[in-house]
Ligand binder design. Structure first.
Ligand code: FPP
Length: 250
């Protein structure tokens, strides 16, 4: 019998793609799609809480998103500030611990202060860890981890790098979802997604609802996660023999 994945993934990561197209289809400005994207994200956090998912990591603004038109970039910055002031209280009340993951240096002092305050306010919570990747890129993360080790004179090993990465406080994602129909990672969690199950949805992020999340989880449950092992090893066999049988022989 194959070993299937547990009922819910421990850690779900999401590339929330399709806000712009959602808005354009409705003859709305792109920022209206991002606003709807925040609503979808709020519902998603609630859905994760209800389903017992313990870690949610979302890609809210990539290192490359600075190249978008300036009004969209400033709109996303304002949306971040607004969402913080609107949502943090209720996230806190629901036991959500927020982490902002990414390079904060180019962000305004006001935004940086807001991020730090949200992290401080929710630091005692344990029900759900909510990582918001903002001004984040997978390559940036690998480079900053290597830089950190080298500045401390430490050897760059896999384990040391892993511990210096921006998501060292959580296990790697079990399920990585990308909405919006594109089939790529776009510089998200390049290191951490090595063994994540990938799930691509054609739904645009503002339309990705609880039922769509349940569908992704249902597909995840059918996946056999082998982490480089053979199916026989997973089924309790080593080199085609039962593990217990091997123990007796040994
Ligand atoms: C990709 O859609 C989405 C983003 C670049 C931003 C994602 C942000 C949110 C869902 C809102 C949460 C954000 C904050 C600030 C808390 P796209 O614009 O690339 O869509 P498209 O592919 O249809 O153009």
């Amino acid at each position: 019998m194959a070993i299937l994945s547990p009922i819910v993934p421990h850690h779900v990561a999401i590339v929330m793609d399709g806000n712009g197209r959602w808005a354009t289809k409705r003859f709305l400005p792109r920022i209206a799609g991002h606003k709807q994207g925040v609503n979808s994200l709020t519902r998603c956090v609630q859905a994760c809480l209800e389903r017992g998912i313990r870690v949610l990591t979302v890609f809210a603004f990539s290192s490359e998103n600075w190249n978008r038109p300036s009004e969209e970039v400033s709109g996303l910055m304002k949306l971040l500030a607004l969402s913080l002031s609107k949502e943090v209280q209720s996230l806190n009340a629901n036991g959500v611990r927020i982490y902002f993951v990414g390079n904060r240096e180019p962000l305004s002092e006001k935004v940086q202060a807001g991020l730090a305050q949200a992290e401080r306010m929710t630091s005692g919570n344990q029900r759900l860890i909510f990582n918001v990747c903002f001004n984040y890129g997978g390559r940036w993360d690998i480079a900053q981890a290597a830089q950190r080790l080298s500045s401390r004179g430490e050897a760059i090993t896999e384990l040391a790098l892993d511990r210096a990465m921006a998501l060292a406080h959580v296990p790697d994602p079990d399920l990585l979802i990308r909405t919006g129909g594109e089939l790529r990672l776009s510089n998200f969690l390049l290191w951490q997604a090595a063994y994540s199950e990938l799930y691509f949805s054609d739904k645009l992020w503002p339309s990705f609802d609880e039922a769509a999340l349940d569908e992704a989880i249902a597909v995840f449950r059918t996946r056999e996660r082998r982490f480089g092992q053979t199916p026989g090893q997973l089924n309790g066999k080593v080199n085609g023999r039962d593990k217990n049988q091997n123990a007796e022989v040994a």
